[in-house]
Design a protein around this ligand. Sequence first.
Ligand code: UDP
Length: 584
Amino acid sequence: MTQLPIPADLPDVTLNENAKVVLSRRYLRKGPDGKPFELPKELFWRVASHIAAQEAAFKGGKARVAQRAREFYELMTSFKFLPNSPTLMNAGTDLGQLAACFVLPVGDSIEEIFDAVKHAALIHKSGGGTGFSFSRLRPAEARVGSTGGVASGPLSFLRIFNTATEQIKQGGTRRGANMGILRVDHPDIIRFIKAKEREGELNNFNLSVGLTEAFMKAVDADEEYALVAPHTGEEKARLKAREVFSMLVQKAWESGDPGMVFLDRINRDNPTPQLGEIEATNPCGEQPLLPYEACNLGSINLALFHDENARDGVDWEGLKTVVHQSVRFLDNVIEASVYPLPQITETVRTNRKIGLGVMGFADLLYQLGVPYNSQEGVNLAEKLMGFIQDESKLASKALAEERGAFPAYAGSVFAQKQQGPYRNATTTTIAPTGTLSILAGCSSGVEPLFALSFVRNVMDGDRLVEVNPHFEAALKMAQAYSPKLMEEVAKIGSIKAMDYLPEDIRRVFVTAMDIEPIWHLKMQAAFQKYTDNAVSKTVNLPNSATQEDIWDIYWKAYEYGCKGVTVYRDGCKTSQVLCTGEGQ
Ligand code: UDP
């Protein structure tokens, strides 16, 4: 393995308590006895030096390796930037698979279906998540030429993928995650929409209906649309678009599933249409990919870029430096990553997609005293992501000068628009940062805080208690802090109803449930405007939300230019990942 010895003067890494737990359970390398044999400092150096070593492949790069290794170590251990979990787990190890997101094609034959099951298993083993479109499979009861029997349809095959996933715990660290997509004009769409109505069904899958522009127009005009068998092109039935949309809304109200993705919109932003159509996304929906494509992600922790003396309270210079370092880091990850299939290696190396995003956004808002549910908050989101997008493109352009453009550049939309050349077909994605945000000790992705103080259920029933440090600091400053109050907040999470607290504190320290759905959506749209790929975001709703509320959110997501939307109505499932203190 390409690894430099640890320099004697390398500073140690300081970790918060939760990060220590997560690192030792999931990230530190373990021996045959299951005990970690790696220290946190060794982990970050393993990753930094292995990713930096990739520079040696480029002209004049060898001389830079040692200095880059230190730079990357500092980048990660300051927690200003972290690469996605598989990079932290596998860089510099024999496994060497560093990407979090994959899409695999599922063809309409037993051979192709079971190839995809096997390929997904290989990806899950290495810590990656997989997305599939099942839209090419012939519908249930269609004729099977070779046997004269009838086909079992996408749903029954989906169950096989689900069961296979269940059996492969991802290297003992991550459970396999999947996205299943079916186009709204597939004849089995109603079965698909109802597939998760019983709790626990298809538990290793997120499902999304692939909506088309034509379908949305039919909903708007209250018209029928055609269901078409993919293997023959034959029209099988006609349905009222509004009835299907309404069923989608009802099921999402009941269980959160299915979500929806706007396929035409995703393809409108496909930077390399000459290589084919995008049919699916990764498990959490933030990364649309071509068949056999993978993408590695990384996230900048915005909470650390507060500077009260700077314009808008943001350290733009510092942010710029970190964006450029992070793009280089992620491009090196492509060089370093070993993919489980040659087709994936080829597609990845042709497009070289990376997904730089952010976390700690809600924490930054808290520090700036700007409410998440305000136009000021939305404006800041646009400004921040616009800046990151622009700088990431400049960084990718500089890398193209140094290392060459991504091989598919000549036929890409950028070449047509005379932009670039770039090193990467995409540079930005907003990931959920489920584990990364725990390591960095910040709010996840671009989500508001779930609660100002809460209990987090992690793997194997472990519970972590968290109190937001900015909230605590603001209360102390206002001389409103007391241990009794913290207890109260831990029970209910929100301070919305605590009218004895200062008004400005109640206005700024809002949580997911305090925020009206429309602001969740406006924030998603603000980030989407400056993100190449997509935005991981959940529109949280109170238990009392109605189906009309969800209809409205789905429709607005379409109008606002989002690429998909996920809603979650509080309490609609018995087991939730995040919860407020009481009753859990
Ligand atoms: N992912 C996965 N299994 C998991 C969590 C995540 O396969 O248990 C994949 C999935 O593609 C997801 C992506 O990793 O969309 C990014 O998720 P997140 O940002 O939460 O991952 P982190 O890097 O924080 O672990």
